[in-house]
Write a protein that binds this ligand. Structure first.
Ligand code: ZN
Length: 414
């Protein structure tokens, strides 16, 4: 049986018919539709000479034993956001299955290295607000202490939702044993952004996932009557914040792939007849280079102090969250580039703005790389999410080439 990329696309459509309604995919983790998707997938896998099991965090593993215990890992996630797209996460999984079929057939069920396909549990964090739940348990970077009491919109606790699916949160640390013999990790994903489409390219190699600095910034001025306070005597907190909102664009534009976003602005008292006395904003800064990220953070702080002073206000910062950039393995990046060039003619290198399970696997010290396939209009987490079928097929073929190269590489590592 040779690789059949068309079958992967047909199976993606089958999954969509099974788990989507008129608003999009409904495979939210720890729900019945998600369990149904996993059952459907398990039935497909049964035809192969493999072992299947769920680990302590509910990640689903399919293992094709090879001559060597050293394992090539290929991963994705069958869960989706509510009203999600048909490709986010599922493409990785169905493409991985097709590659696994080809490898099983080519080597008569016994490839030179072990090949494992993983379906990460709850990549999206759509229900409880904790993304990368399963892969963080794998990597040993989980935060069960803080996560167990998270609740969904109906007040259901995360701990209880997991138990219903046979997962005990206290056993999460046991998930780390799945790292044993993992020699490389590959993940194919839709880009979820507009870059490849704009460049007219089907595929790109992902250099790593960007680090994030996320902060609350509060400008403090003086509430005052909007009719009686002369313009030059105001201490307008919103004016200072607005200057910063423009400045962060200039700060980001100095670097090729950096992004800065002020996503939330709250004004107090927030009424039409008062000068804003306090303004709270959020800032999210991302880049693949830790030095660039630190510099952008510094520049934003300096700018905020300058604008506060200009508007006779004060400013305070508090960190909401941050994560270091995660650069992928240089050797795997090179092989991914070759696989793409051999499949599509041209390749493009880019960082990923969104986080992916691959970042957690990489943080666990396992050589990792990701491949992106073009997203139409750059839209994802939405039922209109789409990619041209010929590009989907190319992505399956390129992942297959990359898997072969990586298996050879693992053999040589011994
Ligand atoms: Zn995804």
């Amino acid at each position: 049986m040779s690789l059949n990329p068309k079958r992967a696309v047909a199976e993606l459509k089958e999954l969509r018919a099974l788990t989507a309604d008129e608003n999009g995919a409904q495979r939210v983790a720890w729900t019945d539709v998600w369990l149904k998707a996993r059952q459907w997938f398990a039935a497909k896998v049964k035809e192969l000479p493999v072992e299947q099991h769920h680990d302590a965090a509910g990640n689903s593993w399919v293992t094709l034993r090879g001559e060597s215990e050293k394992a090539l890992l290929i991963g994705g996630h069958l869960d989706s956001v509510p009203n999600g797209g048909w490709l986010d996460g599922a493409l990785d999984e169905l493409a991985g299955l097709e590659v696994l079929r080809r490898i099983a057939s080519e080597f008569n069920g016994r490839p030179p290295v072990t090949v494992r396909l993983v379906d990460w549990a709850d990549e999206e964090g759509a229900r409880f607000g904790r993304s990368l739940l399963g892969s963080s348990a794998f990597a040993g970077t989980h935060s069960i202490g803080a996560d167990r009491s998270r609740t969904d919109r109906d007040g259901v606790k995360l701990e209880d939702a997991l138990r219903r699916c046979g997962v005990e949160i206290d056993k999460f640390p046991e998930t780390e044993k799945e790292q044993k013999d993992a020699a490389a990790y590959l993940e194919l994903h839709i880009e979820q952004g507009p870059v490849l489409e704009r460049m007219g390219l089907p595929l790109g190699v992902v250099l790593g996932t960007k680090g994030v600095e996320r902060h609350n910034i509060t400008f403090q001025g003086q509430e005052a009557h909007s009719g009686s306070t002369p313009m030059n005597e105001r201490r307008d907190a919103l004016a200072a914040a607005a200057k910063l909102a423009l400045e962060i664009r200039a700060i980001a534009k100095k670097h090729r792939d950096a992004v800065c976003t002020m996503g939330s602005v709250k004004t107090f008292p927030g009424i039409v007849t008062a000068v804003v006395g306090r303004c709270e904003v959020t800032l999210d800064q991302r880049d693949l280079d830790a030095g660039v990220l630190a510099q952008m953070y510094r520049e934003a702080q300096e700018a905020s102090r300058r604008f506060a002073e200009e508007e006779k206000c004060t400013v305070g910062w508090s960190r909401l969250w941050n994560i270091e950039p995660v650069p992928f393995h240089p050797q795997l990046v090179k092989m991914c580039e070759e696989a793409i060039r051999e499949t599509a003619g041209t390749s493009h290198s880019m960082p990923s703005g969104p986080l992916h399970d691959a970042a957690e696997v990489c943080r666990a010290g396992i050589p990792t790389v990701m491949m992106f396939v073009q997203s139409l209009k750059g839209i994802s987490h939405n039922r209109i999410e789409d990619t041209r079928e010929e590009h989907l097929e190319m992505s399956v073929a390129a992942l297959d080439r990359l898997a072969s190269k990586t298996m050879d590489w693992i053999v040589k590592q011994r």
